[in-house]
Design a protein around this ligand. Structure first.
Ligand code: PSU
Ligand code: MN
Length: 307
C-alpha cells in the first residue's frame, strides 16, 4: 500500500473530510457513463452531489482518468464521465490495465468499492447492484460486484437489484460469501423499480444509527467484506411489478436475439428497459438513486459519530 499515492488522486475536499473524520459518501461513475442517457446523467451527477452536501456529507465520485485513480471528481471530470466518447466500463480485472496504459473509464459498483476502500471511505450510494444473471447456470454470468462485496469493507446502499438478474440466486450467492443483506425499514429485498422482490432480507434495519453500528461492529471484528443495504424506492415513484416483469422479459429477449454477452449485457438491458418504457423507468431510476444518496449520507454522519 505504500505505493498507493503513486496511483491515487483524492480531491482536496474529500481528502480534508477524510483527514478530519468527517462523513464521506462514495458514488460510482458507470451509472453516469453506461446507466443513464445524456443529459439526464449530467443533471443527476450534479443533483446527487448537492443532496449529499445538504445532508452534511462530502460526495466522492470515483473513476479512472488518464490512468489515474480518482476519488472525488471536479465538475469537468464529472462532465467527461457523462459526455465522453469511449469511456470504458471498468471492472476489477481492468484496473491495472487502465492505469498502466493511461486509459479513462467509469467505475462499476465493484471498482467503486475498491477505490472507496483504498481512500478510506466506508459507505457508497448506488442505484442497483449487479448480481447473478438469469441463466447463469449456463452462462456463468455473475457480476464482479458480488465478489467485491465478499472481500471489500464498504457498505453499499442500493435499491436492491433489477430482475434482469435472478434475485434469488443473487441473495444465495451473497449468503455463501458472508455478506449481510439488510433492509432499510423493510423485510423484503427491494427490486429496484419496485419496493418488494418477494425475497426477504436478513435483518430489517430501522434507522441510520443502527446501520452505522452494524458496519462498525462487522469491521471491528475483522470480518472481511462489505454490506448490502437494500433501500426501497419511495412509494410515489415505484412502478408496477407485473408491468416491469413484462418489460424486463422483452429486454432479455432482445438481448438474446442480438447475441449480447459479457460486460455489454447490463448496459444493453438498462438502455432497452428505458426505451421500452419511454423514459418512465429513467425517472424512477433517478429518484431511487437520490433516495439512496440521502440514506447513505445519514448513515455516513452516524458512522462518523461512533467511537
Ligand atoms: N444495475 C443498474 N444500473 C447500473 C448498473 C447495474 O440498475 O448502472 C451498473 C453498475 O455499475 C454495476 C454494473 O456495478 O452495472 C454491473 O455490471 P455487470 O453486470 O457487468 O457486472
Ligand atoms: Mn457480467
Amino acid at each position: 500500500m505504500e505505493n498507493l499515492n503513486k496511483y491515487l488522486d483524492i480531491s482536496p475536499e474529500v481528502k480534508a473530510a477524510l483527514d478530519e473524520g468527517r462523513p464521506v459518501v462514495a458514488l460510482e461513475s458507470t451509472i453516469l457513463s453506461h446507466g443513464m442517457p445524456y443529459p439526464e446523467n449530467a443533471e443527476f451527477a450534479h443533483n446527487v452531489e448537492v443532496i449529499i452536501k445538504e445532508k452534511g456529507a462530502v460526495p466522492a465520485t470515483t473513476a479512472i482518468i488518464n490512468g489515474r485513480l480518482k476519488v472525488g471528481l471536479t465538475a469537468d471530470e464529472l462532465n467527461l464521465m457523462c459526455t465522453g466518447k469511449d469511456i470504458g466500463k471498468i471492472s476489477r480485472r481492468d484496473v491495472a490495465v487502465y492505469i498502466a496504459t493511461g486509459k479513462t473509464g467509469a467505475t462499476t459498483v465493484a471498482t467503486t468499492m475498491l477505490l472507496a476502500s483504498l481512500a478510506g471511505i466506508k459507505i457508497f450510494a448506488t442505484g442497483g447492484i449487479g448480481g447473478v444473471h438469469r441463466g447463469a447456470q449456463q452462462t456463468m454470468d455473475i457480476s464482479a460486484d458480488l465478489q467485491e462485496l465478499a472481500n471489500t469493507p464498504v457498505c453499499v446502499v442500493t435499491a436492491g437489484c433489477k430482475s434482469i438478474l435472478d434475485i434469488g440466486l443473487t441473495l444465495e450467492y451473497l449468503e455463501t460469501f458472508g455478506v449481510p443483506v439488510l433492509g432499510y425499514g423493510t423485510d423484503d429485498f427491494p427490486a429496484f423499480y419496485c419496493r418488494k422482490s418477494g425475497f426477504g432480507v436478513d435483518y430489517n434495519v430501522p434507522d441510520a444509527v443502527t446501520a452505522a453500528r452494524i458496519m462498525k461492529t462487522k469491521w471491528d471484528l475483522g470480518l472481511k467484506g462489505g454490506i448490502v443495504l437494500g433501500n426501497p424506492v419511495p412509494e410515489e415513484y415505484s412502478l408496477d411489478f407485473e408491468k416491469m416483469e413484462g418489460v424486463i422479459n422483452q429486454a432479455l429477449e432482445m438481448a438474446r436475439e442480438k447475441g449480447i454477452r459479457g460486460k455489454a449485457t447490463t448496459p444493453f438491458l438498462l438502455a432497452a428497459i428505458k426505451d421500452i418504457t419511454g423514459g418512465e423507468s429513467l425517472a424512477t431510476n433517478l429518484q431511487l438513486a437520490y433516495n439512496n444518496a440521502r440514506v447513505a449520507s445519514e448513515i455516513a454522519c452516524e458512522f462518523a459519530r461512533l467511537k
